[in-house]
Design a protein around this ligand. Structure first.
Ligand SMILES: C[S@@+](CC[C@H](N)C(=O)[O-])C[C@H]1O[C@@H](n2cnc3c(N)ncnc32)[C@H](O)[C@@H]1O
Length: 245
């Protein structure tokens, strides 16, 4: 399994890189890409109604994320901001004001949590991830967020993610990287959420993700209105946005 190797490498990078850990080769490859060419196109996709999001589209010095040379924004931050815009546009909600509970499966280095907090999100936020990724998220977030008391880090046990109030499940570039047995354990829990926000690629570790997520949407379609589209900015990615009927 690819992630078994990544975990060991991430552990050693976290041990050896106290401040600039987002520059670690595997950390960068998995959660904070150095190829930032897509950033200008992502920024172009924002309009006049997105001012609040654009206002927080910036990165920290801490961790040293790789920034796009011209825009001085990381790919992770530009993408996360775009996800928030897509939530607004398709679900017709302001996620940082209208949600009570967010479960972020595979939260990377915690950048989505940071950005939503900067936008004023105060609800519960649970990140499901490997223990070493929780360590990375704590290293990153503790230093830069004044209060992370609404953050709960849990392992991949969906029983521990109990949504309360208006809830959203986020799975961007995460479930599509999991082995099939792990995905199967998540499947019964999607219907606990009012909103589901998924972004996936074509194939990972031999699994046909186009087919997998189509089958998942077939399971959800009686209960959700589904927006299923290829990303116009990066055509190797697909969105599955589900809004409870
Ligand atoms: C490519 S990163 C995506 C990070 C972030 N969601 C984003 O969109 O930038 C994949 C995330 O999924 C997590 N992940 C992958 N396989 C996992 C598994 N089997 N169990 C738990 N988390 C997993 C990784 O640790 C990482 O946080």
């Amino acid at each position: 399994m690819l992630w078994d190797t990544f975990i060991k490498e991430i552990e050693s990078e976290l041990d050896s890189m106290e401040r600039d850990f987002l520059q670690g080769a595997t950390i960068a490859k998995t959660v904070c890409p150095t190829d930032t060419r897509m950033v200008p196109k992502l920024i172009e996709s924002f309009g006049p109604n997105d001012k609040e999001i654009l206002d927080v589209m910036s990165d920290t010095v801490w961790g040293k994320p790789t920034l796009h040379h011209g825009h001085q924004v990381s790919l992770s931050t530009a993408q996360s901001c775009r996800y928030i815009k897509l939530m607004k546009d398709h679900f017709n909600i302001v996620p940082y004001k209208d949600l009570d509970h967010i479960v972020d499966i595979g939260g990377g280095f915690g950048n989505m949590y940071r950005i939503l907090s900067n936008l004023g999100y105060k609800g519960n936020y649970q990140i499901i991830d490997f223990p070493i990724m929780h360590k990375l998220q704590r290293r990153y977030l503790k230093r830069i967020c004044s209060d992370i008391s609404n953050l709960d880090q849990i392992d991949l046990d969906m029983e521990k993610a109990i949504p309360t109030g208006k809830s959203m499940l986020i799975a961007t570039h995460s479930v599509n990287e999991m082995p099939m047995d792990v995905r199967k354990k998540i499947e019964p829990y999607y219907k606990n959420y009012d909103y589901i926000f998924i972004n996936h690629n074509r194939i990972f570790d031999g699994i046909d993700n186009i087919r997998y997520f189509q089958d998942l949407m077939n399971m959800l379609q009686s209960d959700y209105q589904i927006f299923d589209f290829n990303c116009p900015i990066s055509q190797s990615h697909w969105f599955k946005l589900c809004l409870r009927k």
